[in-house]
Design a protein around this ligand. Structure first.
Ligand SMILES: [Zn+2]
Length: 193
């Protein structure tokens, strides 16, 4: 079994066939997961395999591009399965319904995320246009939040009293206070210096 990025031959030996790409050093590498097939008559090497598309249960890293009344719009940056295998992204649009943001009841999605935030979530479902993401689980949520006024990074201070899985965030520059549904490994946390 060959994985994406594995070197399978050199350009001096073979022509790069289907399911391969050539790197900067002239190595022929696998572009898909599968089996190497050599055609010695044509001097061509290819990889026959699956395209590894995202599916429910996979983990997505995404940027929040818009927040509507009941839904959050995302641009997916990367999708991996639980073993860390990167998936190809035939579409990049994602969305989170308000009910999939937090285990607490939210009146407005902006209590959990805002435009420009980087989030980690799980693909719950998909349709031809977009992936449906959930960040309800404690391991999912905002990884890096930006102040909605000055765009500086937000520091995670304490848990929110009312929204039990959300946190109180303080802007590192203007000291503005907001809330976010953070992932358990939010990047900036603790006491601000
Ligand atoms: Zn600020």
């Amino acid at each position: 079994m060959i994985f994406i990025g594995d070197i399978i031959a050199s350009e001096n030996e073979y022509l790069a066939g289907k399911g391969t790409f050539v790197d900067d050093e002239g190595n022929i590498c696998a572009a898909v997961i599968g089996k190497v097939v050599k055609d010695d008559a044509k001097k061509e090497i290819s990889v026959r395999g699956r395209l590894l598309l995202p599916k429910p249960g996979d983990i997505a890293i995404a940027m929040v591009t818009d927040v509507k009344e009941k839904v959050v719009l995302l641009d997916l940056e990367e999708v991996k399965n639980s073993k860390g295998v990167v998936r190809r992204l035939p579409k990049k649009s994602g969305l989170i319904f308000i009910a999939n943001l937090s285990q607490s009841y939210l009146e407005n999605p902006r209590q959990a995320v805002k435009i420009g935030d980087l989030i980690r979530g799980e693909i719950a479902d998909e349709d031809p246009g977009a992936y449906f993401i959930s960040i309800k689980d404690p391991s999912y949520g905002v990884l890096l939040g930006l102040c909605s006024k000055c765009r500086s990074k937000l520091i995670e201070k304490t848990k929110d009293m009312k929204l039990k899985d959300c946190s109180v965030m303080v802007c590192s520059k203007c000291k503005g206070i907001e809330t976010r549904k953070t992932a358990k490994d939010y990047i900036y946390r603790g006491v601000q210096k």
